[in-house]
Write a protein that binds this ligand. Structure first.
Ligand code: KG4
Ligand code: ZN
Length: 373
C-alpha cells in the first residue's frame, strides 16, 4: 500500500443511482458523482430492476472516470476500492461489485465490501464525527429501508424495522396514486406545505407481538406503512378524487421534466390536505418510535439518514423533539441524504484502517443485514 493518505474510490449501485466518489481519510470528499436513473424509471412509477441493471452497466465506466477526474487523482493514487455489497437489487449490486473487483484485481489494490445501510449512517457521521462517540440511535429511512439501530463503538444493533413497506416506498406509492411524479417524496414534501395537515385523521398501525405471525420475531420498535397507503386509497375512493387525479396526470405528462410547482395549481384544497395529513402521520410515527427507542435504550444522540431524511417536515419535527428532550440530533447534508458513494467510502474507512479487506470472490448480497439483532 502507498503512503497513507487513505484515498478510497467507492462505488455504489444498489438501486437506481450509479455513484462513484473519491474520499480521503474517511471524510474529505474530493468528488461525489451520482448518475440518477430517475427519468428511466419515472414512467413506471417505481424502479424496474432489469432497467436499473442495464443503466448501471451503461453508466459505471463514465461515472468512475468522472469521479477520478473531479478529484484530480489517477487510479495508481488510490489506496483501496470500496463497493456496496448489499442490501439492494441483486442485478444492480452485481454491476458495482463486478466492476470494483476487476479494478482491485487489475490495480492490485485492496477491496472493501460495504453494507449500504452502514453507508447511510456514515453519511451523517462524516459531518458530525463527534456523534460517533458514545451510544446513538440511528434511524435509516429510505425507499427500501426503515430501520432503527443502536450505534456504539463502531458496531450496530438492529432494534426495529418495517414489517412491510419502507417509509419512502409509502411516499412513492401515495404520490403515484395521486398522479404525482417519481420519486414521490420530494413532490409530497413540497405540496404538503400548502395543505392542512390536520384535515384527514390517519392512524398508523401499532404493531403488537401477538398480532404478528407466530414463530416470527417482532422488533420492539416495528413499523408498518402499508395500512396508511390503503387509507389514502380509501379516501380517494370515498371522495371520488379519480377524475381530478386523471386530469393532473395528463396535464403533467405533457410538461417536460415536471415538478411539484407544476402540480400545485392542479391540486385542490382537499388533495393538498390529504397530502399534508399523510406526511404528518408518517413523520409523527417515525418520530415517536425513534425517540421512544432512544429513551428506552439509553441513546445519547439521534442520527437520521436515508432519502426520507431529506424531508423538511421530518427534519423540523425531529429537531423540535430533540430540542425538547435535550438530545443532540444530526442529519446528513441534503446531497448525502439520498444514495451516493461518498457515504460508502466513509463507511469503508474503519475497515480500511483495520485491514478488513474483502476477497476477490466477493459477491453481491441482496438481503445483507446490518449488525446484530
Ligand atoms: O436513500 P435513497 O436515495 O434510496 C434508497 O436507499 O432507497 O432514498 C430514496 C427514497 C425515495 O422513496 C424518495 O421518495 C425518498 O427517499 N425521498 C423523500 C424525499 N426525498 C427523497 N421522501 C420524503 N421527502 C423527501 N424530501
Ligand atoms: Zn439508500
Amino acid at each position: 500500500m502507498s503512503e497513507q493518505k487513505g484515498l478510497i474510490l467507492a462505488i455504489e449501485s444498489s438501486c437506481d443511482e450509479t455513484a462513484a466518489a473519491v474520499v480521503e481519510g474517511g471524510h474529505r470528499i474530493l468528488s461525489n458523482i451520482v448518475a440518477s436513473q430517475i427519468a428511466i424509471h419515472a414512467p413506471y412509477g417505481g424502479v424496474v430492476p432489469e432497467l436499473a441493471s442495464r443503466e448501471h452497466l451503461r453508466n459505471i465506466v463514465p461515472v468512475v472516470r468522472a469521479a477520478l477526474d473531479k478529484a484530480g487523482v489517477g487510479l495508481p493514487d488510490l489506496d483501496a476500492i470500496a463497493v456496496t455489497e448489499g442490501p439492494g437489487l441483486a442485478g444492480a449490486l452485481l454491476v458495482g461489485v463486478a466492476y470494483a473487483k476487476s479494478l482491485a484485481f487489475a490495480l492490485n489494490k485492496p477491496l472493501l465490501a460495504v453494507n449500504h445501510l452502514e453507508g447511510h449512517i456514515h453519511a451523517v457521521l462524516m459531518a458530525h464525527r463527534e456523534m460517533g462517540n458514545g451510544r446513538s440511535l440511528a434511524l435509516v429511512v429510505s425507499g427500501g429501508h426503515t430501520h432503527l439501530y443502536v450505534v456504539e463503538h463502531g458496531g450496530y444493533r438492529n432494534v426495529g424495522a418495517t414489517l412491510d413497506d419502507a417509509a419512502g416506498e409509502a411516499f412513492d406509492k401515495v404520490a403515484k396514486l395521486l398522479g404525482l411524479g417519481y420519486p414521490g417524496g420530494p413532490w409530497i414534501d413540497a405540496l404538503a406545505t400548502h395543505g392542512d395537515p390536520t384535515s384527514v385523521a390517519f392512524t398508523l398501525t401499532q404493531v403488537k407481538q401477538k398480532a404478528h405471525r407466530p414463530g416470527t420475531r417482532v422488533d420492539r420498535f416495528a413499523f408498518s406503512f402499508s395500512g396508511i397507503k390503503t387509507a389514502v386509497l380509501r379516501f380517494v375512493q370515498i371522495h371520488d378524487l379519480y377524475p381530478s387525479i386523471e386530469l393532473r396526470r395528463e396535464a403533467l405528462a405533457v410538461i417536460p421534466s415536471p415538478g411539484p410547482a407544476d402540480a400545485l395549481p392542479l391540486c385542490d384544497a382537499r388533495t393538498l390536505g390529504l397530502i399534508a395529513s399523510f406526511q404528518r402521520a408518517v413523520v409523527e410515527d417515525l418520530k415517536r418510535k425513534s425517540f421512544q427507542a432512544a429513551e428506552a435504550l439509553g441513546a445519547e444522540s439521534i442520527l437520521v439518514s436515508g432519502g426520507v431524511a431529506a424531508n423538511r417536515e421530518l427534519r423540523a419535527r425531529f429537531a423540535e423533539e430533540a430540542g425538547r428532550k435535550g438530545l443532540p440530533i444530526a442529519f446528513p447534508t441534503m446531497a448525502l441524504s439520498t444514495d451516493n458513494a461518498a457515504m460508502i467510502a466513509a463507511a469503508a474507512w474503519q475497515q480500511f484502517q483495520a485491514g478488513g479487506f474483502a476477497a476477490l470472490d466477493l459477491t453481491a448480497d441482496a438481503s445483507l443485514a446490518l449488525g446484530t439483532k
